[in-house]
Each structure stands twice: as C-alpha cells, then as structure tokens.
Design a protein around this ligand. Structure first.
Ligand SMILES: Nc1ncnc2c1ncn2[C@@H]1O[C@H](COP(=O)(O)OP(=O)(O)O)[C@@H](O)[C@H]1O
Ligand SMILES: [Mg+2]
Length: 407
C-alpha cells in the first residue's frame, strides 16, 4: 500500500472533497495533516483515514516535518505528501526534502513560487516573458523605469490572487505603489515590463516530465483590469474546442516553460498573454490545481471529477484519456457601490428566465453577507452548454443582468 498524506489546512466543503477523493483511491493508505479540529471531519472520513494529525500551522515547514515523522512511525513511511494550495507548495517541498519523500523538491517549488526566479529561469531558457528586475529600494524602481520605460508592473515576489499588484503609468502611481509595498532588501518586489494582450490560462498534466494532457481558458477580462475596476464583473471561459489555434500554438512554449522550471508529475496552472501580433508571452505558472472555478469547469466539460483525477495523478501517477463534450464558463459576481455588506441582489429573476437552464452551479450572495476581500467576488454562476457561443452569450447576460448592490 502507498501511504499518501494530504495537507488540508481547514475542513471546508471543497477541501473535504479532496480528502474524500484520497480515501477512495484503491491501493492507497490515506492520512491527513490539518490545523482544523478532527471532530469537524464527517464520520465516513474519520473511519476511512488511517490517521489525521493536527498541527498549529500547515504552512510551517518544521511542523509539517514533525507530522510526517509521526505518521511514518504510526502508520508507515510517507510515500506522497501533497496539497493543493499555492502557499503550501514550498513548505511541502521542504518537508519532502527533509523526509526524503517522492515529489517536487524545494528548488523546483521555488522556481514556481518566486516570481523573480521564475522569470529568470524562463528567460534563460528562451521562453518569452516580460523583462523584470528585483526591486530592493525606491531607486531600483526608478532605474528599472529608466531602462524599460512606463508602464510597468510592481508586485510582491510571492503574490497571489493579484493582491498587491500595481500598474505604474506615471509618477503618482509609482509613489502610491512604493508607499504601499515598501520594497527593501528583506522584502524585495518584482518589477516587470507591462505586457499588453489577452490573458489566458493553460492547464497541463505532466507525468515524469512528459506533458500528457492540456486545456486552456480565456480570462474575460484579465485579473488586473478586474482589480483596477471594482465594479467590473468578469468571466472565465473554457471553450468546447480542444484544438483552438491560439492554444495549440502555445503548447510548445508551455512545455518549454514547464521543462525549464522542472515540472515532473502534477497538474499546473499557467497564465499567459496572447499579444495582438499573435505572439505569446508567459505570465506565471503554479505547480498546483487552478482556482477561479476552473477545476469544476474542467470536470463538467470532460465529464470527469478533476479532484479525483488530480489525487490519482499525485498518488498513482495515472491520467485517463479525456474528451470534451461541451463548453463551460463562470461568471464571477462582484458587489458594486460603497459599503461593507450585500444590500440587495438585482436581476436574478430575469437572469433565471433567460439563461437559468445553462446554470449548473451557483452561489447567490445573501443580503447582509460581508463584502468579499479578494477580487473573486461575492457570488458566482457556472454555466455549461453544448457550444462555446451559447456559453459566451449566457455569461454576457449574467454579468449584465445580475447586479449586487453593496451598502
Ligand atoms: N508584466 C505584466 N504585464 C501586464 N499585466 C500583468 C503583468 N504582471 C501581472 N499582470 C496582471 O496582474 C495580474 C496578477 O499578477 P500575477 O503575476 O498573476 O500575480 P498573482 O500571483 O497575484 O496572480 C495578472 O493576472 C495580470 O492581469
Ligand atoms: Mg496570477
């Protein structure tokens, strides 16, 4: 039996799906490391898990190492140590290094996690991506602007969810960003040349360094534009067509990027730009399952459960043949106006009448619910239809009709 340990910080509904999927893999002895209370695990999972170890903080490498050692003593050597969250990737790799566990090691995990190192590795490998520099002081930022010109992007080197990302168009933007981000030797920033183009994703399954499967989505529009316009509702579209020219043309760049960064076995989530002249430019890659509802969308269009598939991939190193039979999209519904709570949700009835038949999953914000802190929004609706055009139209109607009023 293969002893596989999943790090599941909190037992939220989505995380429990990962735990349940791990328990269901034949030939795998499942354990969990968590910072949540074991009592919050549903009965069937308490029964099926070999062990659940509680730690104070799952992101803390020494605590992960201690938990792995305890699991090795109690249950048997740990063969796999896995977790889906972006912030877990380096601690997991450090614990694999310390306990000699199969899987991505620290140097590779940092290639994916540190935006400066990622771009350095990619540029050295000749993969197209933005020119960049590590910014340790205000002077560094000015120097970079002198070399590159405006606009530029400033962001934390270990950012996520677009938090702390600034587009710098002029002196005032620069002043505001430097004041907010305060670059220093200890906490340097990532500065990048500003890339213009349509932003897409590219999800890839790699086994032993060889890409096995891929799928891409369109961001409508890109995260920065969404971040800069708090009133803007946005969508992610997963087209039905498996061989759209822009994605097919990007396959080679994607593979070169993943190879340069050291991807061995896993599901990766690439973000990339398609420039107006048709050329591609890599933005960033996570060595983990994608967010913004792309996992459920991939599940719908391929008629498969991607949480289960990912856990089989990470434990048994297997991936099935898949075929897309429809298109999917998500409309992210964001509160508009001032105020910290949802005051009203408008347009639901008409949206239901017009496009309700395509909606397969949704979270409608409750009146009184606090304003979301990230840019993902207060609610969402996932739509599925046989063809891409119908999904696109349904998304368009959803973001025009549904309005969440904050107050
Ligand atoms: N060099 C760049 N040029 C243009 N837009 C960028 C650039 N870097 C980041 N962005 C925008 O900011 C968003 C967040 O940046 P990203 O590097 O993806 O950080 P995060 O890890 O927070 O997702 C991107 O999705 C993109 O819209
Ligand atoms: Mg990103």
């Amino acid at each position: 039996m293969l002893h596989a340990v999943l790090v599941a910080p909190l037992f939220q509904a989505n995380t429990l799906r990962y735990v349940r999927a791990l328990c269901d893999i034949p030939g795998v002895t499942p354990s969990v490391i968590t910072q949540d209370s074991v009592d919050r695990l549903p009965d069937d999972l308490q029964r099926n898990l070999a062990r659940c170890v509680r730690v104070g903080n799952c992101m803390d490498t020494p605590q992960l190492i201690k938990a792995c050692k305890q699991l090795a003593t109690d249950i048997g050597p740990v063969d796999r140590l896995i977790g889906a969250l972006e912030q877990l990737q380096v601690p997991l790799a450090e614990a694999r290094d310390a306990c000699d566990i199969y899987g991505m090691r620290t140097q590779t995990a940092i290639n994916f996690r540190d935006k400066d190192r990622m771009k350095t590795v990619l540029r050295e490998a000749g993969v197209p991506c933005a020119r960049h520099r590590l910014i340790e002081s205000d002077t560094d930022a000015l120097d970079f602007i002198q070399t590159i010109g405006l606009p530029i992007i400033l962001k934390p080197t270990d950012g996520l969810g677009s938090r702390g990302t600034f587009r710098i168009r002029n002196d005032d933007d620069l002043k505001a960003a430097l004041k907010a981000l305060r670059p220093s030797l200890e906490r340097p920033l990532q500065a990048e040349e500003f890339v213009t183009g349509k932003e897409n994703t590219f999800e890839t399954v790699t086994i032993d360094g060889v890409p096995q499967w891929h799928s891409g989505t369109h961001y409508l529009p890109g995260p920065l534009e969404v971040l800069e316009n708090p009133w803007m509702q946005y969508c992610v579209l997963l087209p039905r067509e498996e061989n759209l020219p822009e994605f097919t043309a990007f396959t080679d760049t994607n593979t070169r990027a993943l190879t340069a960064l050291g991807m061995q076995t896993g599901l990766s989530h690439m973000e990339w730009f398609l420039r107006e002249d048709g050329s591609a430019c890599v933005s960033e890659v996570g060595a983990r399952p994608p967010g913004v509802h792309i996992m459920p969308m991939m599940s719908y269009v391929n008629d498969a459960d991607f949480v289960r598939l990912w856990l089989r991939l990470m434990t048994l190193g297997q991936w099935p043949k898949l075929q897309r039979h429809c298109a999917a999209g998500v409309a992210c519904l964001r509160g508009q106006g001032r105020g910290g709570r949802v005051k009203a949700v408008h347009g639901l009835q008409q949206a239901q009448e017009e496009v309700g038949r395509y909606v397969v999953d949704r979270a409608i914000p409750r009146v009184g619910q606090p304003k979301a802190d990230g840019y993902e929004g207060e609610g969402f609706a996932i739509v599925v239809a046989e063809d891409t055009a119908t999904v696109k139209q349904a998304l368009k109607r959803l973001v025009s009709l549904v309005r969440i009023e904050l107050g």
